[in-house]
Design a protein around this ligand. Structure first.
Ligand code: PEP
Ligand code: MG
Length: 615
């Protein structure tokens, strides 16, 4: 395919779109949501600038309809992206807004009943081209026609041709949204910049190569953020205006804890970045010394600190952090970045690696939590029902999907049961709202165990425990009923906050409203914890709250004695625990739970132990 890459001399519309704001060459600081601590100093690799290398593809006649549907989906997504971009123009300097707004309108028009789309659809039907090939060919044909026009305004013609190619490029990027290509060429030590990074993209990042990540979209407790924290890559998300301001090759200093990125830093900002980098390394080596010390309060109460695992690449980090097992193994990684489903044998192999690496420490394996933002190619392409309903987060997510497609659950239960003799295994069910769902899952579980035993597979006499994620308000308020069906609870504060407050955890636009310390969330946690403790049933917290050292007094005060978090958070949390007294924590939790104003709760948490709170 001939692309704009061949015509270097042309005005590049992407430049007009992305670089209108701060004058090129000037230092420019942008604030985002801090999601993964650490300092990165390096050159920017802006994925939004990647010229899409879509290989030419043809299709068979019976694929034409599906191909047109794919194109329609990419058009819808492109429109959404442009609408968002337009909404956010206000953060850019006025002159940039004036330049950009009409350009965005032109792009949106081209995503309507335009010659580009009509032509692309026709090429799909008549030339049997894949959607991205059809879009590329049609854009080139239109651009050639524009450039051949008899008009003295050559720059104007070039600009119009460039606009057609730019919108084709956005469509192509959305049509070939698998990250395999775009993230492959990232040079070592680069700071990766993107409009948006999916959890599946993040799973492919190599933390030994990538110094940092910053994106325009995303929220603090979305799965992308969780993945970046797990990989220990310094990162900020939700940095509005970033991809418009950055250009590949720019120097940048990113501070993942402060939530800032300075593009094209001057001497002072670079120096400050270097000093912060050295301080971070020093702090880390200090914390590493805590590895062998127990997580025990000053009055002798033991707290179990476990790790959440998103991808097997984290296993060495878990060992380094001194985790006492895995409290949440998110199995979604097995289903990401592939076109088919992992069968029982493939799953067995993956679980075996993890369980063996943990050398007898407990491993809690959560069955697939697909849905919402955790889009997985194999499942979304017709293997399982698509999640693109009006409210994906409220649709067939987690256990709901698995009960609808029991063969998925059966294969996963079977694979987990087959590793159960190798270690201390527990199984966790995601997105439960109803005790009957747990009963239904347990029936399948026991049926699978009977089948395996009949086939001669040796299973432990007592099957691994079956626990429930408490991550919806419904589950939390029905925790007393659900507790009768479950062997243990794991409180998922990420979704619990999202569903309680009706705030998407991965949406930058509403991230200011996402608040795990909102009294509504805390009251639900308290209710669920007490329901478990009354039955002497184990209960842990495995959402992102568990990894925040400031929240440890409150969680211990509520009665929680097991916390599961990203491995790199363990040393800091352990340090906090070792300075606490349980009676103080209980008093503090009572005080917090009397409050109904979120701001007051934040204040109390911030001032815990400082003696500055006048109460
Ligand atoms: C949670 O919701 O808090 C949780 C731990 O699950 P996940 O983040 O995988 O949705
Ligand atoms: Mg969850």
């Amino acid at each position: 395919m001939k692309t704009e890459r061949g015509e270097k001399s042309e005005a590049k519309p992407a430049d007009i779109l992305r670089k209108p704001g701060p004058r090129r060459g000037r230092e420019h600081s942008i604030r985002g949501i801090p999601v993964s601590p650490g300092i990165a100093i390096g050159t920017v690799y802006d994925t939004t600038e990647v010229p899409t290398e879509a290989p030419r593809r043809t299709i068979t006649p019976d694929q034409a309809e599906a191909e047109k549907a794919r194109l329609a989906e990419a058009v819808a997504l492109s429109r959404k992206q442009l609408a968002k971009l337009k909404m956010r123009l206000s953060v850019l300097p006025e002159e940039a807004q004036e330049e950009l707004a009409p350009l965005l309108d032109a792009y949106v028009l081209m995503l309507g009943n335009s010659r580009l789309l009509r032509g692309a659809r026709k090429r799909i039907e008549t030339e049997l081209l894949a959607a991205e090939t059809a879009v590329g060919d049609e854009a080139e044909a239109i651009a050639a026609l524009i450039l051949a026009a008899r008009d003295d305004d050559k720059p104007g013609l070039q600009r119009r041709a460039g606009e057609v190619r730019e919108i084709a490029r956005r469509l192509t990027r959305n049509l070939t949204s698998t990250p395999f290509r775009s993230l492959k060429g990232v040079p070592e030590g680069a700071i990766l910049i993107a409009e948006e990074l999916t959890p599946a993209d993040a799973a492919l990042l190599d933390p030994t190569r990538i110094a940092g990540v910053a994106t325009d979209e995303g929220g603090a407790d979305g799965h992308t953020a969780i993945m970046l924290r797990a990989l220990g890559i310094p990162a900020i998300l939700g940095a509005t205006g970033l991809s418009e301001s950055a250009e590949r090759g720019d120097m940048a200093v990113l501070d993942g804890a402060a939530g800032t990125i300075v593009l094209r830093p001057g001497d002072k900002a670079t120096e400050k970045g270097r000093a912060a980098l050295a301080a971070f390394a020093k702090e880390r080596s200090k914390l590493a010394k805590l590895r062998r010390l127990p997580a025990i309060t000053t009055d002798g109460e033991h707290v179990e600190l476990q790790a959440n695992l998103e991808i097997p690449a984290e296993l060495p980090l878990i060992a380094q952090a001194g985790a006492q097992g895995i409290g949440l193994l998110r199995t979604e990684f097995l289903f990401m970045n592939r076109e088919d489903l992992p069968d029982e044998e493939a799953q067995l192999a993956a679980y075996t690696v993890v369980v063996d690496a943990m050398g007898g420490d407990p491993v809690t394996i959560r069955v697939l939590d697909w849905g919402g933002e955790k889009d997985m190619q194999a499942l979304s392409e017709g293997v399982a029902p698509t999640h693109s309903g009006p409210n994906p987060a409220l649709g067939l997510r987690g256990l709901r999907l698995l009960l609808k497609r029991p063969e998925l659950l059966e294969a996963q239960f079977a694979a987990i049961l087959r590793v159960s003799e190798r270690g201390k295994i527990r199984i966790l069910l995601p997105m439960v709202t109803n005790p009957s769902e747990v009963q239904a899952a347990r029936e399948i579980y026991e049926r699978v165990a009977r089948r395996l035993r009949r086939k001669g597979v040796t299973l432990p006499e007592k099957l691994p425990e079956l626990g429930v994620m408490i991550e919806t308000p419904g589950a939390a308020l029905a925790a007393d009923a659900i507790a009768l069906e479950a062997d243990f609870f794991a409180i998922g504060t990420n979704d619990l906050a999202m569903y309680t407050l009706a705030v998407d955890r991965a949406e930058a636009e509403v991230s200011h409203l996402y608040d795990s310390l909102h009294p509504a969330v805390l009251r639900l946690m308290q209710f669920a914890t007490e329901a478990a403790l009354r039955l002497r049933m184990p209960v842990s917290v495995c959402g992102e709250m568990a990894g925040n050292p400031r929240l440890v007094p409150l969680l211990l005060g509520l009665g929680i004695r097991c916390l599961s978090m990203n491995a790199s958070a363990i040393p800091r949390v352990k340090q906090a625990i070792r300075a606490l007294d349980i009676a103080d924590c209980a008093r503090f939790a009572r005080r917090v739970m009397e409050q109904s104003d979120p701001a007051r709760i934040h204040e109390l948490v911030l001032n815990f132990g400082t003696g500055t709170d006048k109460g």
